[in-house]
Write a protein that binds this ligand. Sequence first.
Ligand code: ZN
Length: 217
Amino acid sequence: METKTISDYRNTSYKQFDFTINDKKIKFIKDFKLDYPKAWKIYDYINKKGQLFNLKFRAIYHDKCAYCGISTQVINASNFEVDHFIPKSVLESELRFDKRDIHGINNLVNSCQMCNRGKLDFLCDIENLETLHPDNNRLPLIFNRKSDFSIVINKEYENNNIIKDFYNKLKLNNQLRRLDYLLMEMKDFCERHEGAPIINEIQKLILKIESKRRRNY
Ligand SMILES: [Zn+2]
């Protein structure tokens, strides 16, 4: 049977990363427990920017935001945050969630500031939560990258109000998303064609775009 490769809107044309988690988080926890056998609030350790387990955690997501795909090629590593997929505010609500689950590895996701702060206290029913959790790897079925580099909701989901709300909260339609994707495309192109005479000129263009982008922030 022919298997269809799903294009992932978070990847560029030149570099494809596999966002399936498989046993990556299990291995991470095994390593983590060797150093911190009694720790349960994993978040506190992973969230320390630049520390070993922060770097290892980000590597699970290929140093990309699990929601929009922006990478450390475009924004500084300090602009990445550890997102609680189910927001930690549920612990102060009537809802019955275990703090060990909320601060545990399976609820933590590598995210850029724009996605994390936009998402904020987003919460919905379990079925949609499972669909939207990046680790279940269904996001490439829900969102798509158009040829103008914008991120759109796929037809099958465009009437799903919860997914629309999620999309709007994360500002996946923000114009900066397109500019950032252009920069990633250009950088991956340069990497692939390293040494070619035209690359110096493209790199000058990248610098110009980057200086304009900084003014946008
Ligand atoms: Zn993002």
